[in-house]
Ligand binder design. Structure first.
Ligand code: URA
Length: 253
């Protein structure tokens, strides 16, 4: 036996309209279940077993959805916003209306963002106790101290006194010329507000470009240009599922 749910709930979750719009459509006779019109919004359907159609078109069912987005700049990490496009607006192929981003990237940050409706997974990835690695590529201007790698590794204290966990910093490009940006990879295991920008600020640098390249077992697909997305692969999903049994702890990078 699969699970059953109300017909109006099924249609609402599958983006067929608000709950009241959907009820109205059912009452008007626009909805069939297994080929038979159903006029009762409370009619129980088993989404795995039954075929629901609205105006003759089958409404596909997806209980959970998982997308990898390369977040572009100028888009907000939210589900709704009166001013800006949201990361959820970008997922044009989604079936479900309850998708949300797992964590936030600043409006001017690019890169890997997982978009799903799986609350349990989001909790696992964001829980501070799990210490999930997040890797950022940053371009940083300003004179960084010679011991910046050690200071980040020891656990930096931000200007407001916030003590951070150890973070791993690698220089990809460390220009000699003053004013040119250094390119670095930074791995952090917590997600405080504006954390990467504030870490560099604390040592006299300014982040002028920021992109997340990985989060836990997920790495940004290089084929995705900013604004593009794709469904997670089976392999990525099983790596996320495997995280459940992973021990948290600082194992070095
Ligand atoms: N740290 C930041 O400062 N900004 C982000 O978007 C992510 C991490």
């Amino acid at each position: 036996m699969g699970k059953s749910m109300r017909l109006d709930k099924f249609l609402t979750e599958m983006k067929c309209g608000s709950r009241s719009e959907v009820k109205e459509r059912i009452r008007r006779g626009s909805v069939c279940v297994d080929g038979q019109p159903v006029l009762d919004p409370g009619f129980r359907v088993d989404p795995e077993e039954m075929r629901v159609a609205l105006n003759g078109e089958t409404v596909g069912w997806a209980e959970t959805e998982y997308y990898m987005l390369n977040k572009p700049q100028g888009v907000v990490s939210a589900t709704e916003d009166s001013l800006h496009t949201t990361v959820v607006d970008l997922i044009a192929d989604s079936r479900r209306k309850d998708l949300f981003p797992v964590g936030r990237l600043d409006i001017d940050t690019e890169g890997l963002l997982l978009i799903t409706n799986d609350g349990a997974l989001a909790h696992r990835l964001l829980s501070p106790n799990r210490k999930v690695d997040k890797v950022y590529l940053a371009h940083v201007t300003g004179r960084l101290p010679a011991d910046v790698v050690e200071r980040f590794a020891e656990g930096l204290t931000l200007k407001d006194g916030t003590a951070l966990r150890p973070a791993s910093l690698t220089f990809l490009k460390n220009p000699e010329e003053a004013g040119a940006a250094a390119e670095v990879l930074l791995t952090i295991r917590e997600g405080k507000f504006h954390q990467v920008k504030r870490m560099f600020e604390a040592v006299g640098g300014t982040v002028v470009y920021l992109k997340r390249v990985s989060m836990g077992p997920l790495s940004l697909d290089k084929a995705l240009k900013p604004g593009q997305y794709r469904a997670l692969t089976e392999d990525e999903l099983s790596r996320l599922a495997g995280m459940q049994s992973q021990k948290a702890g600082w194992g070095g990078v």
